[in-house]
Design a protein around this ligand. Structure first.
Ligand code: NAP
Length: 308
């Protein structure tokens, strides 16, 4: 198979030695030298818009990221070609660590103690048990399900929201619009792990934040457009929300003049919740390509109709 490595941000030298070792029978090309007419598979991470449509023999696009919304936003993306998401254990574990770090920061009041330290204020806050807290997870896919199991292991209550009904052990499941309202009404904290689609854009808005239990937090680890920033800031200023942990933003890097930078109620991380990890991802990519070579069905293909 002829495989084109297409990325404007991932350096080929970080990936190609491992890929060549894992798939010794295949030929890898980069943008420096390739024949568009010969490419069977494209490995992509933020490719130049339009480039995939110019590969006539292309049969499989393998994303090097878990989220594919930027690919689907390209009107010239060839929708007759299979698009496989990357499900990478290294990334799934990293996301679990990030979600737990933020939940514990909020649960143990560390976000407040950081402010107290700046003010030289000794102010011990009340203790909650994890079982006092209900964590609502928006998006119960690969990432949301994994995070739910880590939270349950720590003793937190967990409820989850998906598009279709979904049973996950220990998690109270909700789906659809009515399900979202029911989940919000009992959630102290929200962890957003949704794909960005027309239906999920702006889900953390004033009306939905107002339905959460007061004094909680939101943790957006999915896409910036899931949170309506003025609504989040208003909920923080009114005390409705105690803290917002934001990893993703509509414009990245977050512009210098964003009010989020200076707000004491906001923790910012630079889209670093879970970073693609070649050491674990290459095995998964190679396994997918072997399934493709054998003509077997591939897991984690994107449903173009659903948008994820
Ligand atoms: P996934 O396996 O496709 O799961 C998506 C979940 O969201 C599913 O449970 C799905 O419901 C649910 N969902 C989709 N549309 C919905 C709707 N309209 N209403 C309610 N639920 C809806 O995705 P994943 O692998 O967990 O990844 C989730 C997202 O995380 C990615 O799309 C990406 O944007 C983001 N991400 C961020 C980082 C970072 O570093 N910050 C890293 C990796 C990924 P069903 O179960 O019914 O399908």
């Amino acid at each position: 198979l002829n495989i084109l490595f297409l990325s404007q941000i991932e350096p080929p030298e970080r990936w190609l030695p491992g890929l060549r070792a894992a798939l010794p029978a295949d030929r890898f090309f980069t943008l420096d030298a390739y024949d568009p007419a010969q490419i069977d598979i494209a490995l992509v991470a933020c490719p130049k818009p339009g480039i995939l449509g110019a590969l006539p023999r292309l049969q499989l696009v393998q994303s090097m990221f878990m989220g594919v919304d930027p690919l689907l936003a390209d009107a010239r993306f060839p929708r007759t070609v299979m698009l496989a998401r990357l499900i990478d254990t290294g990334m799934v574990n990293a996301m679990g660590e990030t979600a737990i770090a933020h939940i514990l920061d909020w649960h143990r009041h560390h976000y407040a103690y950081r402010q107290d330290k700046l003010a030289r204020r000794w102010n011990r806050l009340g203790q909650h048990l994890p079982s006092d807290r209900m964590i609502g997870i928006l998006g119960m896919g690969e990432l949301g399900t994994s995070v739910s199991q880590r939270l349950l292991a720590l003793g937190f209550g967990v409820c989850g929201w998906s598009r279709r009904p979904r049973q996950v052990p220990g998690v109270q499941g909700f789906h659809g619009d009515a399900g979202l309202q029911a989940l919000l009404a009992q959630s102290d904290a929200l962890v957003c792990l949704l794909p960005l689609t027309a239906q999920t854009r702006g889900v953390m808005n004033a009306a939905n934040l107002a339905r959460m239990k007061p004094g909680g937090c939101i943790i957006n680890l999915a896409r910036g457009a899931h949170a309506v920033v003025p609504d989040v800031l208003a909920a923080l200023d009114s005390g409705r929300l105690a803290h917002a942990y934001l990893d993703v933003f509509e414009v990245e890097p977050l512009p210098q003049d964003s009010p989020l930078w200076a707000h004491p109620g906001v923790t910012i991380t630079p889209h670093a919740a879970a970073i693609t990890e070649p050491r674990t991802a290459i095995q998964r990519i190679a396994a997918n390509i072997e399934l493709f070579r054998a003509g077997k069905p591939l897991p984690n293909l994107v449903d173009f109709g659903a948008g994820y």
